[in-house]
Write a protein of this length. Sequence first.
Lengths: 447, 168
Amino acid sequence: MERPLTRNIKPNADPLWLTEYEKAGGYESVRKALRTMAPPDIQKLVTDSTLRGRGGAGFPTGKKWSFVPMGPDAPRPKYLVVNADEMEPGTFKDRLLLEGDPHQMIESMIVSAYAIQADVGYIFLRMEYGIAAARLRKAIGEARAKGYLGRNLLGSDFSFDIYLHTSAGRYICGEETALLNALEGKRAIPRAKPPFPQVVGLWGKPTIVQNVETLCNVPHIITHGVEWYRHLSRGKDGGTKIYGVSGNVKRPGAWELPMGTSIREILEEHADGMRDGFAFRGLLPGGASTAMLVEEHLDLPMDFESIPQGGSRMGTGTMILLDDQTCPVGFTQNLEHFFAQESCGWCTPCWEGLSWTERILQSLEDGQGRMEDIDVLAMHTKLLGPGRTFCALAPGAMDPLQSLLKYCRADFERHIHERRCPWGNGRDGADGARIWPVSSSMIVPTR
Amino acid sequence: MIENSGLSTYNYLMMLSDIEKAEIEEELSHYPDKQAACVEALKVVQRHRGWVSDESLKSVAALLGMTCDELDGVATFYNLIFRKPVGRHVILLCDSISCWTCGCDAMRKSLQARLGISMGETTLDGRFTLLPIVCLGACDRAPTMMVDDDLHGNLTTEKVDRVLEQYP
């Protein structure tokens, strides 16, 4: 089984630095692209490969690139931004790629930038990924010294350089237009679309924002071709996918597997099933903002086309398990706490609605809920759904809520009837102050 | 609103050390616009001083040509820019979903008991500040926490004790 994205990554080992990386075939795609291909050729290749965005939305990458103005009259400079602000709870796949093979990230950016004729690239990295930051800095330095970055790459007339931007922690920065505001040094609030960033992006110039894993596919498509790439997959969308599993399974982890591998295979063969003493109840297939799936969905292939048949989305492809020892109401409360805290505060339905959702869930967990609360929560899944808020954060928060209300309704009702959390959480169990504000705002001055 | 203490822009710039100014200048060279470097600049100050005081914030604002309120609007937006003093070491305990299902509540109780503080507080000796953080992207090692720049995973209450000893 081929695993192009992680082929150089060995657990607990240093990544390949420039000389070894080149020996392993690294930067081959840059030579091939700059010497034998025109930018539209690469764009066509990526479109034909059926590569779709791995950041959660699954938008076809070639199509995204096709909106970028090309030719001598296109506004300059153009930007390529890597979204490495991996903060979706349950998601740890981009960390693997950034720490494990930093030169692959640089190579991916160079060939992608060439395809859209970008002049400058930024890696927007979350602050907590310090190891990734150090390794990327070193890789950028090595690449620059070798002439892979800078003016006239490999003697061509294409110039491109990369800068690392480390952020300071806020989930909304993963939203592409909020990310652009963050990069400009403004509060990271999403922008209205249209205009789309491909046309009016960073400092008003054409900009492509792309997830780490998505971009890492591009060199391999260039080197090995479309046929090879599509055959890596078991489904309609080409390539491999880094799937992850976390929660109470025997072997939590992340694995690069053919796109379209079934949930069951990932759970049972790679994560080795549930830990002893824990039974499966459900899973969020691709991060905190995806709707829960249950037993009947386990044979669905993990791809963009199939997971919606179960009423969810593949999202980031990193699953979060709900087991029988975990309270589903507490589980939901934890998710909604995250979204309430990370709401940027720009639009009222989101910051007001999510705060109330969290508080209602907390009162249910504390054994103080009423039956009407379930109706209020269900109503919120509509009121904060798609089209009601400025960006996708609140609708993303509602997907797990509506699915947990659907599959675990009896557990919500038990909290009301028994006036306590049957799992022992809530006011008397997990002691007080469960609603924690953003870390920076809760620092108590020292005496 | 940050009080204006009457110092001129020039005086505020004098408050930054040469190293801080050099590090901020380096960041400025990456962007076509000064404001873009503001988060990095705040982090430079925080790295050297532990937190961002009003005076530091005014200095950075003066250097980047921003108003103080504009810069504070950015600073307070982020989880990891500290606008109040913190201890020598900052513990960031992940409270997101995978860590929660794997027992981060027990780690929190253990940390609070061991340090004698609640979330958000600093130990009396100024050694540790304890804060929650969102998903650290290491869910395969849940429960997790960071102390300063280091990630610690697969935590147990015993392991938490051993980890703390590494930070005098």
